[in-house]
Write a new protein. Structure first.
Ligand code: KIV
Length: 292
């Protein structure tokens, strides 16, 4: 009988970096990204082998219950980013710059981008917009901070876009989007999210630029995909965009568990003996004597 032992341990995953993103694009391997806003979710996503976790400003809607992403602040983003960083070990962590943290001045943009790395252990930041943000992207990158761009449906401009609607559907809008992607690449962005744009436009942009595109509602031709985790889990019940694939319905699962708990408490089924702390009869008798 052979005594040779076969090791079944796999080597731990290496930390994902901007270099990994570039190499995956070169090899034609899809890049995976999801959002997270807390420690346990980040831990579960990281364990699933994801490439990148975005602490998205979607936090405002799916966790904090706002109508859109505009109200969330830098301090709130940092608070959640820190929790995510404690849970994720190998995914590249990207902090989403909230509304008004980079639009007023390039100095603000660099300072606030720096806070994500210095105060919340993020590896990179993401910001929305094209040519109008090129100076901010250039300055943040010059400070040594990787920047992910975001084009197409940019939720922080919801009031300007007239709602959460698909972008780049006319010839002139498509041309402008392609130009914006090229400007962001030239400004030093390491990757660009393309949200809610026609699939054939996203595919063409992905071919025309050398940095990876990450699509959300932008078809298979992107170099990677991102979804809002609360959409994927069925945790956000207000609306589900057409491009979301719901992998489960956690809202229903949670509702069932909470309803059962309420019933258990009301009918005295909980706590059962196994959930209860006991003491010996001797100690109990001694105690009763003590208090007599
Ligand atoms: O805030 C967010 O979750 C995002 C993703 C939709 C890309 O920006």
């Amino acid at each position: 009988m052979s005594t040779t032992t076969v090791s079944t341990t796999t080597s731990p995953r290496k930390k994902v970096t901007t270099l990994t993103f570039r190499q995956k694009k070169e090899r034609g391997e899809p890049i995976t990204m999801l959002t997270a806003y807390d420690y346990p979710t980040a831990m579960a996503i990281d364990k699933a082998g994801i490439d990148s976790i975005l602490v998205g400003d979607s936090l405002a809607m799916v966790v904090l219950g706002y109508e859109n992403t505009l109200p969330v602040t830098m301090d709130e983003m940092l608070h959640h980013a820190r929790a995510v960083a404690r849970g994720a070990k190998t995914a590249m962590l990207i902090g989403d710059m909230p509304f008004m943290s980079y639009q007023v001045s390039v100095e603000d943009a660099v300072r606030n981008a720096g806070r994500f790395l210095q105060q919340a252990n993020m590896d990179a930041v993401k910001l929305e917009g094209g040519r109008e943000r090129a100076d901010a992207v250039r300055a943040i990158v010059s400070a040594g901070i990787p920047v992910m761009g975001h084009l197409g449906l940019t939720p922080q401009s919801v009031n300007q876009l007239g709602g959460f609607r698909a972008q780049g559907k006319t010839a002139s809008a498509a041309k402008r989007l392609l130009e914006d992607a090229q400007i962001l690449e030239e400004a030093g962005a390491f990757s660009i999210v393309l949200e809610s744009v026609p699939a054939r436009l996203a595919e063409l942009i992905s071919k025309k630029i050398s940095i990876p595109t990450i699509g959300i509602g932008a078809g298979l031709g992107c170099d990677g995909q991102v979804l809002v985790t609360h959409d994927l889990l069925g945790l956000f019940d207000r609306f589900t965009p057409k491009f979301v694939k719901k992998y489960t319905n956690l809202h229903e699962v949670m509702n069932k568990a909470f309803t059962e708990y309420v019933d258990d408490v009301e009918t005295k089924k909980f706590p059962a003996p196994e959930h209860t702390v006991e003491m010996t009869d001797e100690e109990w008798s001694a105690f009763l004597k003590e208090i007599k």
